[in-house]
Design a protein around this ligand. Structure first.
Ligand code: SAM
Length: 253
């Protein structure tokens, strides 16, 4: 194993320059969503996430759809690949908000893919539903205008996240990553302390707590992209504050 691979495998979620406290605010513990032995909890978390995402004004699917469509505004009929689509809320919004976009809706989990395949979304002639691993994308180079991975990258350790950067920028002109923010460590600690008591009451809060500990900082994302391929550049679209981390990666061809 070369030293670059060793460095990325041991890199803290807060990035290579993470503070002492930030390095302690992370975990290898799995979310219910990552486990195969708690199907009912997994389904509960995903349904709650999807319901929250579809809310009219504050739902994350609508916000992500606007981010995606802004990135492909100059393409008349964009071909979009959604990775880690869960129950397909973002893809549904994209199809509703753009009259000619074609969307490939994918996830690694066969149960979620089956759920989407049995929903109204699959009946849309501009939608294709498939199982797909974001770290090994089954598509030719440059096939899509944009690939999006929303609220999902933190599920993967750094080396697998690097595969997402390599593969996403191989098959698409742009890779859009939207994920939980990683607040400054003292604030992060305070927020975690507030949420901790709720993790026993709600499976969604349980997963949210772990997600927050596993969220990557912008410097971690840059290091991961650099490790994936030095030809990949990353720009951040995030605004200051509590909003999600929004990164757009492209590869110099
Ligand atoms: C927190 S959910 C987010 C789902 C959806 N994007 C949303 O915003 O509602 C994370 C999703 O990432 C998927 N996932 C995890 N690892 C993946 C991988 N290697 N490739 C594709 N999807 C993956 C999970 O199956 C899950 O559906």
């Amino acid at each position: 194993m070369d030293s670059g691979t060793r460095d990325i495998m041991s890199m803290p979620r807060g990035g290579p320059d993470a503070s002492w406290l930030d390095r302690r605010l992370q975990t290898d513990r799995l979310e219910y969503l990552d486990r195969d032995d708690v199907d009912h909890l997994k389904r509960k978390v995903m349904s709650a996430l999807d319901r929250a995402g579809r809310r009219r004004w504050i739902g994350i699917h609508g916000k992500c759809a606007r981010m995606v469509l802004r990135e492909v505004a100059d393409v008349p009929s964009p071909k979009i690949l959604e990775l880690g689509a869960g129950l397909g809320g973002l893809s549904s919004k994209l199809l509703a908000d753009h009259p000619t976009a074609q969307v490939t809706v994918t996830d690694i989990d066969p149960t979620f893919v089956a759920g989407v395949a049995g929903s109204d979304l699959a009946g849309n002639p501009r939608a294709t539903v498939r199982a797909m691993d974001a770290t090994a994308i089954d598509a030719p180079d440059g096939h899509y205008d944009l690939a999006v991975f929303a609220l999902s990258l933190h599920h993967l350790p750094p080396q697998a996240a690097a595969r997402v950067f390599a593969e996403g920028t191989r098959v698409a002109n742009k890779l859009l990553i939207v994920d939980l923010p990683r607040p400054p460590a003292p604030l992060h600690l305070l927020l975690l302390a507030v949420v901790l008591p709720l993790t026993r009451l709600s499976p969604l809060q349980h997963d949210g707590f772990i997600s927050s500990l596993r969220a990557y900082s912008p410097s971690a994302l840059r290091a991961i992209a650099q490790h994936a391929d030095p030809a990949i550049t990353v720009e951040f679209r995030s605004r200051r504050g509590f909003g999600p981390t929004v990164a757009v990666a492209r590869r110099d061809r």
